[in-house]
Design a protein. Structure first.
Length: 383
């Protein structure tokens, strides 16, 4: 049987429709060349040294470790322009994002500054480095010189001189001078190398100072730079001053300052205050004791003096009745016996007897000489 061409074509099409279609792999995502480039954002975009900035990244290789630093000179010389001491690291999340807090410091090179983020070697993915504009408030700004390469220079002298003025001793601004001596140890001249200097109250010189221009330093030549250092009023303790020359030559030293005059005045004022408090407390304690004694009842109240009793004639006559007359008939009066008699008779001490009246009686003629009246008549007269 002879098949027509149309029938053959239909048969072939029917056979193809019943065959299973080959499996296709779904695309895993855009190729690496089409992925978004790593990005970095900084908040805030301007901060002073010693404050904190928040760094966020996106589209980085998951699992990679990144290093975050503040750099001067737009980081054109790499880590030589960066503040590596305060740099931080962060791990990239599976989403390709990371977040880190960075303490802002003074980079060794002048601004314009950037935040530089780069992956550390040995991690997954292709190494990447990204920068974001950032302003370090108070940091010097100079024109970027990308052709300046790290230099060979040595610090041959570093000291802080000055101080001890009278105003500083009593709380004035401490003033010092940093004397820096740099020697060109290379074979090429060093021209206008950046000099970044700062001071700090802790271990980090993060407060910038005005540094002079460095000029040209020929091979083997040594240059001396003097940088004024002025601290806040009444500053005391240990301070650090240091920085970098040409971005790659660090230097650092410390000095101390104490306002001894001000400390002495304060110590004297404290002693006077303590003395005044002691005197006040002493007066208060004495006044309290006086009030307490006045409030307590007297242990032995003094009785009102009793009026002196006048000797009466009848008292003496009673005494004469108890005394035998002398052979001559006169009565001899004994003062002590008379006082004892009166005390027994009246029941009162002899001191209460009117002494003047008693003396007048004893002074009567015949009272104590034995010449007074005698016999019964004398006794009757006395009565």
């Amino acid at each position: 049987m002879r098949l027509r061409p149309a029938a053959v074509l239909l048969t072939v099409l029917a056979f193809l429709t019943v065959l299973p279609a080959p499996a296709r792999a779904l695309p895993a995502g855009p190729p690496a060349s089409l992925r978004a480039a790593p990005g970095v954002t900084v908040e805030p975009g301007s901060a002073a040294a010693g404050t904190t900035a928040r760094i966020r990244g996106s589209s980085w290789t998951p699992g990679a470790t990144v290093q975050v630093q503040v750099c001067g000179a737009q980081a054109v010389h790499g880590s030589a322009d960066c503040d590596t001491e305060r740099g931080v690291t962060a791990m990239v999340a599976p989403t390709g994002a990371f977040e880190a807090g960075l303490t802002v410091g003074a980079p060794p090179a002048a601004c314009p500054c950037v935040v530089r983020v780069g992956t550390l070697p040995g991690g997954p993915g292709t190494p990447a480095t990204v920068t974001a504009p950032f302003t370090v408030e108070g940091h010097p700004v100079e024109r970027v010189r990308p052709d300046v390469a790290p230099v060979r220079a040595d610090v041959v002298g570093l000291e802080v001189v000055g101080g001890g003025e009278r105003g500083e001793l009593f709380g004035g601004r401490p003033k010092r001078t940093l004397v820096l001596r740099i020697r060109n140890a290379g074979a090429d001249p060093i021209e206008n190398a950046p000099l970044v200097v700062g001071w700090g109250a802790g271990d980090t010189p993060d407060s910038p100072l005005d540094a002079p221009k460095t000029g040209t330093l020929r091979p083997g030549q040594t240059a001396t730079y003097r940088i004024p250092v002025e601290l806040p009023p009444a500053a005391f303790g240990q301070f650090v001053v240091g920085g970098r020359y040409a971005g790659s030559v660090p230097f650092e030293t410390t000095f101390t300052t104490y306002p001894w005059g001000l400390l002495g005045v304060n110590a004297l004022a404290a002693l006077l205050l303590l003395l005044g408090i002691r005197l006040t407390l002493g007066r208060w304690a004495r006044a309290r004791r006086r009030r307490r004694r006045a409030a307590l009842p007297s242990a032995s109240p003094q009785e009102a003096p009793r009026p002196a009793r006048t000797v009466e004639l009848k008292d003496v006559v009673g005494y004469l009745d108890s005394v035998a007359p002398s052979p001559s008939g006169a009565y001899v009066l004994d003062r002590d016996e008379l006082l004892g008699y009166l005390e027994r008779r009246t029941g009162e001490a002899a001191e209460t007897v009117d002494a003047e009246a008693l003396e007048r009686f004893l002074a009567m003629p015949g009272a104590d000489t034995g010449t007074g009246p005698s016999g019964p008549s004398g006794k009757d007269d006395a009565r």
